[in-house]
Design a protein around this ligand. Sequence first.
Ligand SMILES: CC(C)(COP(=O)(O)OP(=O)(O)OC[C@H]1O[C@@H](n2cnc3c(N)ncnc32)[C@H](O)[C@@H]1OP(=O)(O)O)[C@@H](O)C(=O)NCCC(=O)NCCS
Length: 177
Amino acid sequence: MIRPATISDVPRIQEIINSHAELGRMLFKSYAQLYEDLRDFGVYEENGRVLGCCAVTIIWADLAEVRSLAVEQAQRGKGIGRKLVEWSVDEARRLGIPRLMSLTYEQAFFEKLGFSVVPKETLPLKVWSDCVRCPKRDGCDEIAMVRLLPEVVASDQPPAPPTPRGVSIPVLDHVFE
Ligand SMILES: CC(C)(COP(=O)(O)OP(=O)(O)OC[C@H]1O[C@@H](n2cnc3c(N)ncnc32)[C@H](O)[C@@H]1OP(=O)(O)O)[C@@H](O)C(=O)NCCC(=O)NCCS
């Protein structure tokens, strides 16, 4: 089952994420970062043991991001990642957010779940706000992917400021060159 994460899950979430980070598949997370973002997290639990995690972060009225998706190494390929992404989709629906995005190396996995590759520069400026603390900010090789949720009625709110061209944003500099 997937349930909202609680404080007692933090060590286990960190263990799963950092085991993949050591292999360069995702970014390391500190306890401080996990405490700060914990309300975004869901965990997949089986027989009392957490086997995977995923966070949904609100970027704007019309966009949420799937972050920190990770399944314990030995449990990969059993459908847990799919369930966690579907949980993120349900969360976006519940919140009334009609687009879900991911920055990922797992293009084929996300394609199976209805996401499509989009040019990074089409995402709003706010998406890049966390990149300042990313060690890969000067050479970001992640792929931007989006899934539209057409069943969600978009809220009538101001659009997000776009990513400006001609302004140095390290994570995008190679795109704009
Ligand atoms: C990516 C990850 C979350 C996938 O989770 P998982 O539980 O292994 O995936 P699932 O078993 O739910 O797979 C769902 C489908 O995607 C496919 N799939 C999974 N990983 C894939 C990959 N790397 N390439 C292609 N297809 C993949 C599966 O075959 C399955 O297809 P099917 O439904 O047709 O059988 C997991 O491998 C992981 O934790 N990776 C390391 C961390 C990471 O890269 N996270 C993503 C950060 S954005």
